[in-house]
Design a protein around this ligand. Structure first.
Ligand SMILES: [Fe+2]
Ligand SMILES: [Fe+2]
Length: 132
């Protein structure tokens, strides 16, 4: 089991990462609607992919160290989301495609379902442990 102080600092880090992920996604969705140059979108997408890599590792480690009940399903979802967004990013980087409605759907899923609901369950589980 991770120490309580470690859980507390991880939760605050996760919160900051969620805010940052949402802000990049909102900006990407706005820019793509407004037809911003693809170079702008690629830079933001790269930042998002790097941040997701760090963020999912932080959540996975915290779950693994604390016997989180839905850990396997949650980790599988991280893997699926990362692979989907990263594979689209790699194609955009190679110039094979532009930001598509499919990628926008992945973003909305990440923000409106994963962070808003699946991660909420995780955060509440750990807040209970900390009696917050
Ligand atoms: Fe998360
Ligand atoms: Fe998550």
């Amino acid at each position: 089991m991770a120490s309580l102080s470690r859980i507390k600092s991880d939760l605050s880090e996760l919160h900051e990462q969620h805010e940052k992920i949402s802000s990049i996604i909102d900006s990407l969705l706005n820019d793509s609607v407004e037809g911003a140059p693809i170079e702008n979108l690629t830079g933001q997408l790269k930042e998002l992919v790097n941040l997701l890599h760090v963020h999912f590792s932080t959540e996975n480690t915290l779950m693994a160290q604390s016997d989180f009940p839905n850990m396997t399903v949650h980790m599988q979802e991280h893997k699926r989301i990362f692979e989907e967004i990263n594979s689209q990013y790699q194609q955009i980087k190679r110039g094979e495609k532009v930001l598509s409605p499919i990628l926008a759907d992945h973003f909305r899923y990440l923000e409106d379902v994963h962070i808003a609901s699946v991660d909420k369950e995780l955060v509440e589980f750990f807040r209970e442990k900390l009696c917050l």
